[in-house]
Ligand binder design. Structure first.
Ligand SMILES: *Cc1c(COP(=O)(O)O)cnc(C)c1O
Length: 353
């Protein structure tokens, strides 16, 4: 039965509704990103009911599931593999791209099934993950114009993912100017300027996001209300939507420092310990195979995570002597990497609250 991740769908809807309203006042479309919760069907359904008409994910499997449950337009976030071109045109209406060869493969795949596939060209603005250098984007867009089954949906960028570079009016300004240059040089209109992810949230909130940016792709902000550029939580948004429940399988008074000669732990590290004397130690039945230990917070503030291994998490429960017994359930609020972990683990049951 345990471990279980419980999702409070009402709170998720509230986060989504709140940011959607702010975005709409600024003429901006929010594209919810579903990858961290593996496009859980109930959440996808809720997003659709809340009026989000485009949804994005990094994996074809998840887009397929979105397409089976809703009429939403689907957007593939991760640059397509050439080998998956057929699936991309079948399950994604739009994809993010930065490679001519891949776009040609998509064009061919789209032609075979009589479709037009829409492409957003990604621009490298300094974070050093995906994207075309700005000075080569116009030429790529020009070439795309010659392809029969590809439509140029727009240009976009992704920041604060690898290099930690935060979005500013300057780097986003490059994107905006580039869009104007493309529209003039090619006499076209770009329907979408996709200005990034949850790290752009503070620019949206304080009104400094360049006005021609008309789309943000939001995952973490909707799930946790975090401004990922500053790492700060934005007041008024829920951060306890995803809660992991795990069962106590041992609860004993033990030393705080191991006895014996210390070698490597299960993950090849030499562990160090702080002597806190005798303590009440708990073990819950969930581990590094399922989640990320330092990205989960016990809901009981008197409990502390002290470590773990593949299948166990060790807890300091000294401050809660007498409060728990073996078999009880310990609950944790999850941050982004832990949410990603539990949804990917086949050992964690997922339920809606
Ligand atoms: C994951 C991803 C996002 C969403 O990022 P968040 O920080 O969760 O908002 C947006 N765009 C791309 C390309 C992504 O891969």
């Amino acid at each position: 039965m345990y471990p279980i991740v419980k999702v409070n769908i009402k709170k998720y809807r509230e986060n989504c509704r709140r940011v959607k309203q702010i975005a709409e006042e600024r003429g901006l479309t929010v594209v919810p990103v579903t990858k961290a919760f593996s496009a859980m069907p109930e959440l996808v359904q809720a997003l659709y009911e809340e009026g989000f008409s485009v949804m994005a994910d990094a994996r074809i499997e998840n887009l397929k599931s979105i397409g089976e449950r809703t009429k939403a337009t689907t957007l593939l976030l991760r640059l397509p593999m050439i080998s998956e071109a057929d699936d991309v045109v079948q399950y994604a209406d739009i994809s993010l791209n930065s490679e001519w060869e891949t776009i040609v493969a998509l064009d061919r795949a789209a032609r075979e099934v009589g479709k037009t596939h829409r492409v957003i060209v990604m621009v490298e603005l300094g974070d050093l993950r995906e994207g075309m250098p700005p000075d080569q984007v116009l030429e790529l867009c020009r070439q795309i114009g010659d392809l029969q089954n590809i439509a140029l949906e727009g240009i976009g960028c992704n920041l604060t993912c690898y290099g930690g570079v935060i979005p500013t009016q300057e780097n986003l300004g490059v994107l905006v100017e580039l869009a104007e240059e493309i529209e003039q040089a090619l006499s076209i209109r770009l329907p979408v300027i996709s200005g990034g992810n949850s790290s752009a949230i503070s620019l949206l909130m304080d009104g400094t996001l360049p006005s021609s940016i008309n789309q943000l792709r939001l995952g973490e902000f909707l799930m946790l209300g975090n401004d990922t550029a500053s790492g700060e939580h934005v007041k008024g948004y829920h951060n306890d939507i995803f809660v992991l429940e795990a069962a106590l399988i041992e609860l004993k008074e033990k030393d705080s420092v191991p006895t014996g000669i210390i070698g490597f732990d299960a993950f090849g590290q030499v562990p160090t310990f702080e002597d806190r004397g005798r303590m009440l130690r708990g073990i819950v039945a969930v581990g590094k195979q399922d989640t990320v230990l330092d990205k989960m917070v016990p809901l009981d503030p008197e409990i502390e995570i002290i470590g773990g291994s593949s299948d166990h998490i060790l807890l300091d429960m000294t401050a809660r002597r007498g409060a728990y017994k073996v078999g009880d359930v310990i609950s944790f609020r999850l941050e982004y990497p832990a949410i990603l972990g539990v949804f990917t683990s086949k050992y964690v049951k997922k339920i809606i609250e």
